[in-house]
Design a protein around this ligand. Structure first.
Ligand code: HEM
Length: 107
C-alpha cells in the first residue's frame, strides 16, 4: 500500500469506471440533484449519459495519479455558470462515497 498512488489503491481504471458507472446512474435518478436545478436537468435530458460517464471516469483517473487521459474542460469553467449550491455538492459527495463502497473501496 505504501508508495501506491490513489489510482492504484482504488484498483485502477476498471474499478474507477465501475464506481463512476454506479455514481452517474445514482445522480441521474437523484431528485435533489436533478430536479433542483434547471441546467443540470436539461444536461441530463439532452446529453449522452455514456459520454458523461467517460468524462468523469477520465477525470478521476487523471486526478488520482493514473495516466493523463482527461479530454474535457477545466472543472471551474464547466461548473461556474450552473448555479450549483453547497447542498448539491454535498449530495454529490455523499453519492460518490456510496459508489466507492459499492465497488469495495475501504474506508
Ligand atoms: C465532485 C465534484 C464534481 C466533479 C468531479 C465533476 C466532474 C465533471 C466532469 C468531469 C464533467 C465533464 C466536463 C466536460 O465535458 O468537459 C462535468 C460536467 C458537468 N457537471 Fe460536474 N462534477 C462535480 C460536481 C457537479 C455537481 C454537484 C453538479 C450538479 C448537481 C454537476 C453537474 C455537471 C453538469 C450539468 C455538467 C455538464 C456541463 C456542460 O457540459 O455544460 N457537477 N462534471
Amino acid at each position: 500500500m505504501a508508495g501506491q498512488t490513489l489510482y492504484e489503491r482504488l484498483g485502477g481504471a476498471y474499478a474507477i469506471a465501475s464506481a463512476v458507472d454506479y455514481l452517474i446512474d445514482r445522480r441521474h435518478s437523484n431528485v435533489t440533484l436533478n430536479n433542483a436545478n434547471d441546467k443540470v436537468r436539461e444536461f441530463h435530458a439532452t446529453q449522452y449519459k455514456a459520454g458523461y460517464k467517460f468524462m468523469v471516469t477520465a477525470w478521476s483517473i487523471e486526478v488520482s495519479g493514473g495516466p493523463a487521459c482527461y479530454p474535457g474542460r477545466d472543472m471551474f469553467e464547466v461548473h461556474k455558470d450552473l448555479g450549483l449550491s453547497d447542498d448539491e455538492f454535498d449530495v454529490t459527495a455523499h453519492e460518490s462515497r456510496n459508489s466507492l463502497y459499492q465497488v469495495g473501496v475501504p474506508q
